[in-house]
Design a protein around this ligand. Sequence first.
Ligand SMILES: Nc1nc2c(ncn2[C@@H]2O[C@H](COP(=O)(O)OP(=O)(O)OP(=O)(O)O)[C@@H](O)[C@H]2O)c(=O)[nH]1
Ligand SMILES: [Mg+2]
Length: 291
Amino acid sequence: MQLIKRRLVGKEGSERTRELRAILAGLPNYKNGPYADIRKWVNSQIVETRARGRVLNRDSIAVRREGAAQIALVGPPNAGKSSLLQALSSIQIKTGDYAFTTTRPVPALTRVEGVLVQLVEIPGLIGGAHEDRGGGRALLGVLRGADAIVYCHPAGSPLDELETVRSEVAAAGIELPSILAATKADEAPPPAHPELEVVPVSVLDDASLDAFRRAVWRLTGLARVFLRDGGEPVALRPPVTVEDVAHSIHHSLGERCTGARVWGSSARFPGQRVGRSHELADSDSVEIMDR
Ligand SMILES: Nc1nc2c(ncn2[C@@H]2O[C@H](COP(=O)(O)OP(=O)(O)OP(=O)(O)O)[C@@H](O)[C@H]2O)c(=O)[nH]1
Ligand SMILES: [Mg+2]
């Protein structure tokens, strides 16, 4: 047993599995006694090493959610996804005039309409991805967890490459609200798309980036509620009640809250007092009242 353990020192992953298999092959095949116990131990180590490998692989590609919503940037290689991510956030990411510059999902926080939203570049989706071509299954797994998709495709290039990506997403059974960003819009006029709302965007044009942010905000489907005493607006999925807003600030406030004063389109007049189940509208401001 000591000999076996010494052979395994410093070996991880597939190297460890290979060594374990070799050990197993060299062991006498007794059904009982100490050799049978050793066989059992070696077998359990093979299973454990495999499981650990899977966890490591999954962690290395998973994206920790941050912000009010997670929006995936999806599109053919070289479409300008990383450039867009860079233009909209403070991250430094490699961009390049060639395919597969990005090899793993890259998250970045950006502020849209005053709310932090997470954008995630999903790189390298190619034909056959749903059958794991190009490691597509793990990438599609990340995409599955997102709230919505921004398909990225250069304005002026034929749409077939994009349709390949979209059919992979469909084949994986992923159905999310989507828009189409016509990237590099400084180079060519944007295409029309039969199904998707098209938002032309160029990283060289700030106005187009602002319009893109607004489109991303609509895509989240969230409603913003401002607090009269300042601070970040609260972003929640409609329908949003006074109680929901109080709860999102702190769960104990959710319990103590008796109602609110409301300014905005859900109020009949500015500062109207409403109960805790009152339904708020996007861009309303509230002053929560509690016991
Ligand atoms: N003219 C122009 N070029 C752009 C724009 N956005 C990106 N590019 C160029 O397009 C090329 C690809 O950009 P990336 O941002 O690396 O594209 P990507 O989709 O992340 O590519 P991969 O990660 O390789 O799949 C780079 O040479 C960029 O400089 C844009 O708005 N206008
Ligand atoms: Mg990239």
